[in-house]
Design a protein around this ligand. Structure first.
Ligand code: PMP
Length: 399
């Protein structure tokens, strides 16, 4: 029974039960049509309204300026690793057609497993037309020289000359490693001096957990829905007008061709309806966002999320001082959404996981690539549930 379980999984992850119950009704009979949501045409009036409502609730809650489009597509965060490269190289080619391939760069700030993957995809897709530049690899500024455990100080960053830079890329919250630009947020002052290259951010695992600082400074923000707001299958894009470029015109100037379904301009021109969008995922996401709005919006939600991580890190720091466990990420870069640590004694770790499982606290194992424990505190997790986890932790350590 769901009532007996707390799902601390990193994604796809817990969603509010009341929302899923409502979604289950709409799956069978949407708006009293006698037709379920996934059986409607995506060109129907009902779905057009859903599309508009989802756009406007995101716009209102995140305070998205009118310079930016909000678009819905498929392909996940990983799909965007590719789309970003193709669209922004097309844009840069239109602006600077005469640059040599080695002069056209994509700047990647690598602070964890996901930005590393995005950087690798940029290298693959550059196709001899540009190069991906590693602005900083956070493993070099880590405690052990090999883990992602920090957001490096901006003084460590080696940004490329602005006019050569097709975009600057970062991942706001690194889901696997538990590293977030949390305390300070992206250092926008670095970009303020000259021509600003487009700033791109992967917000997959922190989207809608709190307001986005300086959202207007971003050329593109993308997020898969399957952490804080809904089912997988939906990818949300917040795209500034100047990123909606004619990819075919860029192709004539030497850029690589871009599939139409991945071109941001195609999505914007069709209001996200160039082809069939992920209708059910959009529906559930709308219900989740309406639920957030009914509870006061992102302001109160941010406070709850702040409190959840604060009480958990506080307890973990206490055990770290006693030498029982190690928090994986350095202070100042710790994620609010994914709390990562490991027990010094692997037998203790095993006992903790077993006792948590027996109390219905699930999906606490760290990502297979890094091991240890990962507690994901997405929106659907309550403060009370975090306290249950803390009780189980105390009990399994005999405290
Ligand atoms: N970026 C981040 C920060 C993620 O957490 C994930 C998925 N966990 C991805 C990208 C990839 O998302 P998808 O599985 O939707 O391609």
């Amino acid at each position: 029974d769901r009532q007996q379980v707390v799902n601390f999984g990193a994604g796809p992850s817990a969603l509010p039960t009341s929302v899923l119950e409502k979604a289950a009704k709409g799956l069978l009979n949407y708006n009293d049509n006698g037709i379920g949501l996934v059986e409607l045409s995506h060109r129907s009036k009902d779905f057009a309204k859903l599309n508009d409502d989802l756009e406007s609730i995101i716009r209102t809650q995140l305070d998205v300026p009118s310079t930016h489009h909000i678009l819905f597509t498929q392909g996940g965060g990983s799909g965007q690793f590719s789309s970003v490269v193709m669209n922004l190289l097309a844009r840069h080619t239109l602006l600077h057609p005469d640059l040599k391939p080695e002069e056209r760069v994509m700047d990647y700030i690598v602070t964890g497993s996901w930005s590393k993957k995005a950087y690798e995809e940029a290298n693959r897709l550059a196709g001899g037309k540009a190069v991906a530049n590693l602005v900083v690899d956070a493993r070099r500024t880590s405690k052990d020289g090999k883990s992602f455990d920090n957001v490096p100080q901006p003084s460590e960053w080696k940004l490329s000359p602005a006019a050569n830079t097709a975009f600057i890329y970062y991942c706001e919250n690194e889901t696997v490693d538990g590293v977030q630009f949390s305390d300070s947020s992206f250092p926008h002052h670095l970009l303020e001096n000259s021509f600003n290259p487009p700033l791109v951010a992967d917000y997959s695992s922190s989207f809608m957990s709190r307001p986005i600082p300086r959202i207007a400074d971003h050329a593109l923000i993308f997020a898969g829905a399957q952490k804080n707001i809904g089912p997988s299958g939906l990818t949300i894009l917040i795209v500034r007008n100047d990123v909606l470029v004619d990819v075919d015109a860029a192709y004539k100037l030497g850029a690589n061709p871009v599939p139409l379904t991945m071109a941001y301009k195609t999505l914007a021109d069709s209001k996200s309806l160039y082809n069939t969008p992920p209708m059910f995922a959009m529906y559930v996401s709308l219900l989740v966002l309406q639920d957030i709005q009914a509870k006061g919006g992102l302001g109160p939600l941010e406070e709850v999320n702040r409190q959840k991580q604060a009480i958990l890190y506080d307890v973990l720091e206490g055990y770290e001082e006693k030498g029982i466990l190690k928090l994986k990420v350095q202070k100042g870069s710790r994620s609010w959404m994914n709390v990562t640590f490991e027990f010094v004694d692997k037998q203790v770790e095993k006992t903790f996981l077993e006792s948590a499982e027996s109390k219905g606290l699930k999906q606490l194992k760290g990502h297979r690539s890094v091991g240890g424990i990962r507690v994901s505190l997405y929106n659907a997790i309550t403060e009370e549930q975090v306290k249950s986890l803390i009780s189980v932790l105390h009990a399994s350590l005999g405290a």
